[in-house]
Write a protein of this length. Structure first.
Length: 224
């Protein structure tokens, strides 16, 4: 009788413990939508391309992604896609006012509601385009508006790759024929990186203008 009583007490305690454990570990469903916003933009941009910064929060399951929307003078609200990192580079296809807002989705599938108004607004400038002698167009909006470079100073160019650069340049070392004597002063463009060094005489740029090289495993272009 004593054995049966002890066994019953043990089984009862075990059932009680399992029941308590089941209650303690039961997950609470996430039913709360996350929040998202786009940070304020400058009133006007200096280029057709600029950065969109957003922020999103979710206290329960965590933010899974943020969807960005844009409205231009020619189009209604349009999705730019889903993103996980901020900022996002935006390239405008038209000038004029642009409006933006963000919507977040959490890991439980809850989605924040679209705001009634734009969260950020800006003006995209009229693009400044020049055409080279071969008929290729180049966008110089940023150069003119941000860096104040004269539009007329470009001369409309002679065309891409008209002047062939120096690729895979060959170098002379001390003791080689044609290497400058140690007592002579020679102007060079010098670079040192990754344990390697290069010296480019300006005279070599007279007709080629650009040297494409690799120094310390890094690609670079030298021009004068």
């Amino acid at each position: 009788m004593a054995r049966k009583l002890a066994l019953a007490m043990i089984l009862g305690s075990l059932s009680l413990w399992l029941g308590c454990q089941s209650e303690a570990t039961a997950p609470t469903p996430d039913t709360t939508a996350p929040t998202a916003t786009i940070l304020l933009l400058d009133e006007a941009q200096l280029s057709l391309q600029f950065e969109l910064e957003f922020a999103a929060e979710d206290d329960d399951s965590g933010v899974a992604s943020v969807e960005l929307f844009v409205r231009t003078p020619d189009w209604a609200w349009t999705s730019l896609g889903h993103y996980n990192q901020s900022p996002v580079t935006f390239l405008a296809s038209v000038d004029g006012p642009h409006c933006f807002y963000a919507v977040a989705v959490d890991s439980a599938g809850n989605r924040s509601e679209a705001p009634p108004f734009a969260q950020a607004e800006t003006i995209v400038p009229v693009p400044i385009i020049i055409t080279d002698r071969r008929g290729e167009d180049f966008d110089i909006t940023n150069a003119v508006l941000k860096y104040f470079m004269s539009e007329n100073g470009w001369g409309h160019g002679i065309g891409r790759d008209t002047i062939r650069p120096i690729n895979n340049p060959q170098f002379k070392c001390p003791g080689d024929v044609g290497y400058p004597a140690s007592h002579l002063l020679t102007n060079v463009l010098g670079v040192s990186f990754g344990g390697q060094a290069r010296a480019y005489p300006p005279g070599d740029f007279a007709n080629r203008e650009v040297v494409n090289d690799v120094v310390g495993g890094v690609h670079l272009s030298a021009t004068y």
